[in-house]
Design a protein around this ligand. Structure first.
Ligand code: C5P
Length: 396
């Protein structure tokens, strides 16, 4: 569990997104964190302390003058024992107070007295977010070293649409994990492909590969959490881009090739996870093919370019990593692909074991031999792959 042994103070301030903080407590706990909740008075108008107490299994702190702390120093004691203070949702009022060093309630006092980092996830009406006063406060907080998560854009509780939505709890948890992840790929530019490609037969039909994109998206997230700047060239999948990852959406192998080649020369690492269709249709129809027009339409196939091999052939190109999904003879096929494409590392998996699901079994093949990873969730395997890549680059 990524947050095992981490002590996190979760500050909850007054805003409708406070109800999502309940889920946040649960998710942080699931990843192993020890969560201590402190609420502002405003937050208690949206969610009760009992909810947080039940979910965190710990008393919730509300009041500066709480008699439960043995020496009446709750603000010092709570913030000193924490590895991180996370405030989610952080209201406009709360940001204004901490940007000005105010200590007018327990949570603000803890923030001022802390000797650990502070992450805040703002949540407010879009006009309040855009107001120059809020922007000034946020700019000051960034200068002070506070890290911001979001806000997202979208539909708001007040019915308006714009920037100011709190980032979803699942993504906040990933940002917390990112915060604690060693920055093995700091300052590295990682370019990736993920998902399937779709090769049109006509405007509504096509040839594609079964690929959920989950493994690739997990690798993109792990690379970014390890400090890399990640560009993800993605075929059509039903997944959200991980926080902080730049996604370029493509459909066909030729689109994917163009997007990759536009960025390859300036990247340090290229990881091809996409299930690229081997062939595309040479005679794709402009209009929908109709039945009953005499015979079965002939579909002429031509070979697609091998994007990974093309990147690997670049002079002074990036460190290249491939994936091999096989239904049998994994080692033999993966190693021969690695040699044929001339890449230092390939991750192989048997398609019976990983397709579409959350878990996978990966075996890494490089010049030093075969490295089987223990079957695990794709997020865990992605982190191990990133570590392996960082080690190989470090040795090179
Ligand atoms: O399809 P194949 O098994 O050869 O895929 C192995 C690796 O090559 C994968 O990393 C895949 O993303 C990459 N590849 C590619 N372009 C292709 C075919 C595969 O980049 N046309």
């Amino acid at each position: 569990m990524e947050l095992q042994g981490k002590r996190i103070v979760l500050g909850v301030t007054g805003g409708i997104a406070a109800y999502k903080a309940a889920e946040l407590v649960r998710l942080l706990g699931k990843r192993g964190a020890d969560v201590q909740v402190a609420m502002t008075e405003g937050a208690t108008h949206f969610v009760t302390a009992t909810t947080f107490q039940a979910l965190s299994g710990q008393p919730v702190y509300l009041d500066q003058w709480d008699a439960r702390m043995p020496n009446a120093m709750a603000h010092i004691d709570l913030s000193r024992s924490a590895d991180l203070i996370l405030v989610a949702p952080a209201s406009a009022d709360f940001l204004a107070r901490i940007a000005n060093g105010m200590a007018d309630d327990l949570l603000a006092t803890m923030v001022l007295a802390r000797d650990c980092p502070l992450l805040v996830a703002p949540a407010m009406n879009r006009q309040m977010w855009e107001n120059p006063a809020t922007q000034r406060n946020v700019a000051q907080l960034l200068v002070d070293g506070v890290q911001l998560i979001g806000p997202d854009s979208g539909e708001q509780a007040c019915g308006e649409v714009g920037a100011g939505r709190m980032v979803e709890p699942e993504e906040i948890v990933e940002e917390v994990i990112a915060f604690f992840t060693p920055k093995l790929l700091a300052d590295r530019k990682v370019l990736m492909t993920a998902g399937p490609t779709f090769e049109a037969i006509d405007p509504v039909r096509g040839i594609t590969n079964l690929s959920s994109g989950r493994m690739g998206y997990a690798v993109a997230r792990a690379a970014r959490q390890a400090g890399a700047e990640v560009t993800l060239v993605s075929g059509p999948v039903g997944l959200q881009a991980p926080q902080g990852v730049t996604r370029i959406n493509v459909r066909s192998a030729l689109d994917m090739q163009a997007a990759v080649m536009a960025h390859a020369a300036t990247s340090d690492i290229f990881i091809g996870v996409a299930a690229v269709a081997d062939y595309r249709v040479a005679n794709a129809a402009e209009h929908k093919l109709k039945k009953d027009t005499g015979g079965i339409p002939p579909i002429e196939l031509v070979e697609n370019p091998d994007i990974l091999a093309e990147v690997a052939a670049l002079k002074d190109g990036p460190f290249c990593v491939g994936f091999a999904a096989e239904s049998r003879n994994l080692e033999e096929y993966a190693q021969s692909k690695r040699r044929k494409k001339n890449i230092p590392l390939i991750a192989g998996n048997l398609i019976q074991e990983g397709f579409g699901g959350d878990d996978n079994r990966l075996v890494l093949f490089d010049d030093t031999g075969v490295h089987p990873l223990t079957p695990a969730p794709k997020s865990v395997l992605a982190r191990q792959l990133v570590e392996h890549i960082a080690n190989m680059i470090g040795r090179a």
